[in-house]
Design a protein around this ligand. Structure first.
Ligand code: TRP
Ligand code: SF4
Length: 328
């Protein structure tokens, strides 16, 4: 018999179009993990509500769009369970049960709780639900007995809390859950076109749905080396956003570009044109696939229903054990 594959689970909140930062920071890794692991990829719509309950998000569309993005990037519904959190009600049951055993101090000391309340100061998210955000996230992970959770550094405190909850549950009742390990991607955070962190709220993203024209416009507006005013000025690639993109998306030419920039052998216009070609080759098949998928929403819904079923099977098996071990 083949050894049982380890289980990977990750999730994203459906808050808008995905961009290149999502591709290099998460999705490329998610795609690779499918070769080796049993993978569960979840659209965290309840988590999206926790920070945007006043915004009337168009969740039905946001969910279809994010899943079209995932599929277009290579998430394979044959190998991965692609599902919606709110379609698997076991998440809410386990969240409730875990909330009974999670000490208040553990959620109150969570650094992202206070930080996010400050960052999103225009919103009122001092809510009971938002305090429980990481407990719900723990439920997401534990329901599938996930061994590994690919996440960014910002999510590490949430994962640590999930591990603490596992230890407490297993101690109070009997060994039930697996302690999940984070899987960090080693790609550094991608900058936006204005050199700040790529983020929808800064309006500096390159989206996966970018057209040729909009891609060109965005690359042309990217910040280069501000000290390079004339074509003959020698450049400093280490301060240039265009160069950062070459290092990420054009690895075979990057050392030549660095040399040529420093020696003023290439100009920024040419350098941007080169980057445009590389990014356009990367994005075009994604954009095309994405719009083909979105043109057939019924097929997309079939894929989601299928993923929801796979997730429900796994989740309901875990909940039977949980209820039994808690003597419910
Ligand atoms: N909190 C995660 C984020 O904002 C999304 C998420 C929800 C998640 N549930 C999860 C990630 C479970 C990993 C595992 O990015
Ligand atoms: Fe940046 Fe390229 Fe211009 Fe050098 S030549 S400053 S790397 S855009």
């Amino acid at each position: 018999m083949e050894p049982k594959k380890k289980i990977v689970l990750s999730g994203m909140r459906p808050t808008g179009e995905l961009h290149l930062g999502h591709l290099v920071g998460a999705l490329e890794n998610w795609v690779k993990l499918q070769d080796e692991y049993q993978t569960f990829y979840m659209v965290a719509d309840w988590h999206a509500i926790s920070t945007a309950y006043e915004d009337k998000l168009d969740l039905p569309n946001l969910k279809l769009e994010i899943i079209a993005d995932w599929l277009a990037c290579g998430i394979d519904p044959q190998r991965s369970a692609i599902f919606i959190q709110s379609a698997v009600k076991e998440h809410s049951e386990l969240h409730l049960l875990l909330s009974m055993i999670t000490p208040l101090a553990w959620v109150e000391r969570n650094p992202s709780f206070k930080e996010t309340i400050q960052q999103l100061s225009s919103k009122n998210i001092s809510t009971y639900g938002f305090l429980g955000y990481p407990v719900l996230q723990a439920a997401d992970i534990l329901l599938y007995l996930a061994d590994l959770v690919p996440v960014g550094i910002d999510q590490l405190p949430h994962l640590e809390l999930a591990r603490e909850i596992v230890r407490r549950f297993n101690y109070l009742y009997s060994d039930t859950f697996v302690e999940p390990q984070p899987l960090l991607t080693n790609t550094p955070k991608l900058s936006g076109i204005d050199k700040r962190k790529m983020s929808k709220s800064y309006g500096n993203c390159i989206n996966l749905s970018e057209t040729e024209q909009s891609l060109k416009t965005k690359i042309n507006s990217m910040i280069t080396d501000p000290a390079r005013i004339k074509r003959e000025d020698k450049g400093h690639p280490e301060v240039c956003t265009v160069f950062e993109y070459h290092s990420c998306f054009n690895k075979s030419e990057v050392s030549q570009i660095s040399e040529d920039c420093r020696a003023a052998k290439i100009g920024c216009v040419q350098c941007k044109k080169n980057l445009f070609e590389k990014l356009n080759d990367l994005i075009t098949p994604i954009r095309v696939k994405r719009s083909e998928l979105l043109a057939k929403p019924d097929d997309l819904k079939d894929i989601i229903n299928d993923g929801n079923k796979k997730a429900r099977n796994a989740a309901s098996a875990t909940m039977e054990i949980v209820r039994k071990n808690m003597n419910l």
